[in-house]
Write a protein that binds this ligand. Structure first.
Ligand code: PRX
Length: 635
């Protein structure tokens, strides 16, 4: 039996043991049996965990789009590759067969080439969830350009910072985008960003909303007329296994966003293999992941993983609450979705609405349901399992990160027994370990610790664009020889893992990673603000929300409190995006600091969470009285 598709728990354990004992043989076999290569690799893996250097499938030559599209044309050419479900349920869905996808991607690839984009160039994509987003990414991969997708909810400043960090030559955007009842003027936001991005030479604009936009001569062009003139066939660039495929930015606990770089062959092999197993995809299935392609979940499990398996993948433009709370369930019924993958925040927000929203729809097509992006609490797990999965679909809680490229810990449906709130067992090739603060490995079960991974897997990020030292410092220094995830985890009595949350200053709000320091930096730009500290508080829907303690330059300044709160949140919206807005702001006279100037966030976290005592040792603080003062005035 091949290792590609795992059939039973016993088979999983056998494959897992083999993958750990002989990783080269294991991954080499999967890579050889399931993909198209121009030239075979010389060595499966070479690595150095101290220096964070990874080479998978050394000197192998391939193009990922050949594997996503071309090789399916002979047998699956008329099968739907993409089903596009628009924001407005009255607008007809659009279907793209593999044949059509080949033509569309080829046209776009030819346009990019005509516009002077070459192998290795960075192309920024700032688009709503429309098929052109997927097509643009694949077109970049076709010609060897590196795509850098920026989530369309990010602000102009966040966009320009990302464009400048990796010096993109081209921007692909749209006139606007729909999100529920709102229209977002993307080109207008992009124009603001473009006033600060000297590297951008060309801008291609997709027409989606039809709103009026300004077009700068020489630089800006409508995309559609260019596509119409372009040839519908294209040559795929020969890529080395380790040549970059994309950059995707993720927040760090400090500093500017990190441009995680993923390369071609390892990412391809790993996302394809994990997609097949974690969703138990069968040839006639329709698969739907509700994430935005602007995040890693969309890259790996809306686009690459499904297409590499010849799957039908749904791209959904809308939101779960528009036109009402039944939208997800209606789409599942409409397209007879078999695998459904969403976030705990979406589940929690829908679970609080009337159950009739779900019950009105036929969800009997579903076979597997999945969760991603943040811990799923027990209540949400049961609601999802009972009302959506109808207690018959395995619920896979998939743990992974932008940096990992693909899912590392998850149940395999019909193989691994699930347990609420547990991601469960590592996938083949993944060796998790728990570590304590003193760098000792925590052995045995029923233990918690910092989650590390001992051995590289093919989709591990290769570097942070332009800053390899930061890559080493962030992930490979705290526990030498291991990849440190930044998450805490509990290992239960049978070896199942439960992710307990971040152990650093990253806070996951509605499944989005937010570093506290970058938000604090933005708040400090307000002319009245002296300094601030942000902590996470539990939130019923979003998992966590942000609570800010803000010190003003003069105490009298907070008299117009509401206005100030609005201004601070507006600054955050402008510079990062609305997802980073603070739920609560408390103006304080000072922050609890140690003599060395370090803010004791532990205390602030407890106060924000509503605790009244038990703040631990406060004797090392410069001003211990400030703790009681802050507690009294909690908002
Ligand atoms: O804290 C973990 C949480 O999301 C972080 C990674 O965020 P990002 O890079 O944006 O990728 C999100 C999509 C893969 C992790 O460090 N996280 C992700 N999945 C889970 C999770 N926490 C608990 N359970 C999960 N299933």
């Amino acid at each position: 039996m091949s290792s590609y598709s795992i059939q039973s728990l016993e088979h999983y354990f056998r494959v897992y043991r083999r993958s750990v004992r002989k990783p080269k043989k294991f991954w080499g076999r999967i890579a050889e049996d399931n993909f198209t290569w121009y030239q075979k690799w010389e060595k499966v893996v070479e690595f150095d965990m101290q220096e964070a250097r990874f080479t998978w499938f050394k000197n192998g030559k391939l193009n990922i789009t050949k594997n996503c599209i071309d090789r399916h044309l002979a047998n699956l050419g008329d099968k739907n590759a993409i089903i596009f479900e628009p924001n407005n349920p009255n607008e007809p869905a659009r279907h793209y067969t593999y044949n059509q996808l080949y033509s569309e991607v080829s046209r776009m690839a030819n346009v990019l080439r005509d516009q002077g984009v070459k192998k290795g160039d960075r192309v920024c994509i700032y688009l709503p969830m429309i098929p052109e987003l997927a097509i643009a990414m694949l077109a970049c991969a076709r010609i060897g350009a590196i795509h850098s997708v920026v989530f369309a909810g990010f602000s102009a400043q966040a966009l320009s910072a990302r464009i400048n960090d990796c010096t993109c030559r081209m921007l692909i955007t749209a006139d606007g985008g729909y999100r529920g009842s709102k229209k977002i003027s993307l080109k207008q936001i992009a124009d603001e960003a473009l006033s600060q991005t000297p590297s951008i030479e060309k801008v291609l604009v997709v027409k989606r909303t039809g709103e009026r936009v300004s077009m700068k001569e020489e630089r800006d062009q409508w995309l559609q007329p260019l596509l119409e003139q372009a040839a519908a066939a294209s040559k795929a660039e020969v890529m080395d296994a380790e040549e970059p495929l994309f950059i995707l930015y993720t927040s760090g606990s400090t500093g500017k966003p990190k441009g995680m770089l993923h390369t071609t062959a390892g990412y391809m092999v790993y996302t394809a293999y994990t997609f097949k197993n974690i969703f138990n995809y069968q040839q006639d299935d329709v698969y739907w992941c509700t994430a935005d392609i602007g995040w890693i979940t969309g890259h790996s499990y809306i686009l690459y993983g499904p297409l590499l398996n010849g799957a039908t993948t749904v791209i959904f433009e809308g939101i779960p609450s528009y036109p009402d709370y039944s939208r997800f369930w209606e789409v599942i019924q409409k397209h007879r979705v078999n695998q459904f993958y969403t976030s705990p925040t979406a589940i929690r927000s829908l679970a609080k609405e009337k159950i009739e929203y779900v019950q009105r729809f036929q969800l009997d097509s579903l076979k597997v349901i999945g969760s991603v992006g943040e811990p799923i609490n027990e209540e949400a797990w049961h609601w999802y399992n009972d009302h959506v999965g109808n207690k018959r679909c395995p619920l896979v809680d998939t743990w992974w990160q932008t940096e990992t490229g693909g899912i590392l810990i998850s149940a395999i449906p019909f193989v691994t027994p699930t347990k609420p709130t547990y991601a469960s067992l590592p996938l083949p090739g993944i060796r998790p370990v728990l570590m304590d603060e003193l760098r000792n490995e925590i052995t045995g079960n029923q233990k918690t610790g910092n989650l590390c991974i001992e051995f590289p897997w093919p989709a591990i990020a290769r570097t942070i664009w332009g800053d390899h030292q930061r890559y080493i410092d962030t992930y490979f220094s705290k526990y030498p020889g291991k990849y440190f995830t930044g998450d805490g985890a509990l290992r239960d009595e049978v070896g199942y893992y439960r992710i307990t949350g971040r152990v650093d200053d990253v806070i996951i709000v509605s499944g989005h990673n937010l570093g506290t320091a970058p938000i604090e930096d933005v708040i400090s730009e307000h002319p009245y603000v002296a300094e601030s500290a942000i902590v996470g508080i539990p939130h019923e829907i979003k998992g966590n929300a942000l609570y800010g303690f803000v010190v003003l330059k003069e105490t009298g300044l907070w008299r117009d409190r509401n206005n100030l709160i609005r201004e601070i949140n507006q600054l955050i919206t402008d510079q990062i995006g609305p997802i980073a807005k603070l739920e609560k702001i408390q103006f304080v006279n000072g922050l609890p600091k140690t003599r060395s100037g370090k803010i004791m966030r532990r205390i602030l976290r407890k106060i924000a969470e509503g605790e009244d005592s038990d703040f631990g040792d406060v004797t090392t603080l410069v001003d211990p009285d400030i703790v009681e003062e802050i507690r009294r005035e909690r908002v």
